[in-house]
Ligand binder design. Structure first.
Ligand code: NAD
Ligand code: DAU
Length: 367
């Protein structure tokens, strides 16, 4: 199989959780030994509440010319055109998004703007830069779109999402991501834009904004605050360590078939309540507290509207065709993540805005 070898990569949303870990993987020392990427990365990020330049400060200092940060919005067509003319971009990896389901219930507009209109603007910019008036596509270019398993909807007790599962998004977030997936595929079929697409399950690891389940729980356990478990706590998610997700994205960027999509998952399903109990035990151990006391913080609260019951990914295509597999065991990954948060309280204090948590606390009061 002939692998693609990107030289100038435009990463959108590179200052957020997964994007920052991806840039760390590309430009940091550990990943380097694995992939040997020697090119340049341009990180375009609007620095919303979820984006934080601090996530990449050391990389920005050490990578020299190999890293450029551009503060800007993916919906800004003029900025995108300028970027494509200034830089020899041959690859786009599109992470930028509004990514939190609860926020999409509270304020869906930003999700349509960024996830739908932003993806459209980016596709247009890539099409104009890479495809000439005769429809000839520049050699070696690729638009990789990072998406989610939530586009497939909600599973019952059995079954898995495969690449051919029909789309059935049920929140404004997943509907906006589904729209962006459709646009990306449409640009491939209509204009011949070379694309690949990945749909991944729930990520966890360092630099995740403390509004998502795992960091919320770690920090509330540490602070002795109630642990808000939505509904009956029996919703199921399939968890994957963020580095494994990013290795999968890189694998697909290099070897994935153009026009195709690949599911990425952890083969690691957990009921929320069991996961929260496990976190209570790990944090208690790390802080030398009584696990029975930390578990007493668990508080069942009003359910999330339209709460998807179960996600589970069949990622056999990625494994069989491209040789990817998960490397981080969940117990080790959770322990590593707990330690990271406990050792990075300055980072936590820096990213917390306060305003959003007030809304959550008002809307998800204890039952
Ligand atoms: P995040 O919310 O942590 O980060 C999003 C980043 O995008 C931030 O840096 C933010 O500043 C930036 N951004 C938002 N709007 C922008 C705009 N208009 N222009 C430029 N930058 C903008 O998100 P994440 O969890 O890192 O997710 C990254 C991608 O991966 C998203 O596309 C998400 O749908 C997808 N995904 C996430 C998960 C998960 O578990 N977190 C799982 C599967 C797929
Ligand atoms: O599946 C991939 C998706 O995973 C990504 O596309 C999204 O960007 C990402 O946010 C995540 O979505 P979820 O809604 O699954 O993640 P979240 O961390 O918000 O919630 C995980 C589960 O935990 C879900 O069933 C809701 C529940 N939950 C969440 C929070 C924040 C609680 O019970 N209490 C909470 O305080």
């Amino acid at each position: 199989m002939k692998l693609r070898s990107p030289s100038t990569i435009l990463v959108t949303g590179g200052s957020g959780f997964i994007g920052a870990n991806f840039i760390r993987y590309l430009l940091g020392e550990t990943g380097q030994q694995e992939h040997g990427f020697a090119g340049r990365v341009i990180n375009l990020d609007a620095l919303t509440y979820a984006g934080n330049p601090e996530n990449l400060r050391d990389i920005a200092e050490s990578a020299g010319d190999r890293y450029r940060f551009v503060h800007g919005d993916i919906t800004d067509a003029a900025l995108l055109e300028k970027l494509f003319s200034e830089e020899a971009i041959d690859t786009v990896v599109h992470f930028a998004a509004e990514s939190h389901v609860d926020r999409s219930i509270h304020g869906p507009q930003a999700f349509v703007n960024t996830n739908v209109m932003g993806t459209f603007a980016l596709l247009e910019a890539a099409r104009k830069a890479w495809i000439d008036a005769n429809g000839t596509v520049r050699d070696g270019v690729l638009f990789h779109h990072v998406s989610t398993d939530e586009v497939f909807g909600s599973l019952g007790a059995t079954g898995y999402f495969t690449e051919t599962t029909p789309y059935d998004p049920r929140s404004p977030y997943s509907a906006s991501k589904a729209s962006s997936d459709h646009l990306v595929r449409a640009y491939h079929h209509t204009y011949g834009l070379p694309i690949t697409l990945t749909n991944c399950s729930n990520n966890y690891g360092p630099y995740q904004f403390p509004e998502k389940l795992i960091p919320v729980m770690i920090l509330n356990i540490k602070d002795g605050k109630p642990l808000p478990v939505y509904g009956d706590g029996k919703n199921i998610r399939d968890w994957l360590y963020v580095e494994d997700h990013n290795r999968a994205v890189w694998t697909v960027m290099q070897g994935g078939d153009t026009g195709e999509s690949y599911n990425i998952g952890g083969d690691n399903e957990w009921e929320n309540i069991t996961l929260v109990e496990t976190l209570c035990d790990i944090v208690a151990e790390e802080l030398d507290r009584d696990p029975a006391e930390t578990r007493k913080l668990i508080t069942f609260v009003k359910d999330r509207p339209g709460h998807d019951r179960r996600y589970a990914i069949d990622c056999s295509r990625l494994k069989n065709e491209l040789g990817w597999s998960q490397t981080v065991d969940f117990a080790q990954g959770l322990r590593k993540t707990v330690k990271w948060y406990l050792e990075h309280m300055e980072w936590v204090d820096g990213v917390r805005t306060g305003a959003y948590r007030e809304w959550v606390e008002k809307n998800y009061t204890a039952r």
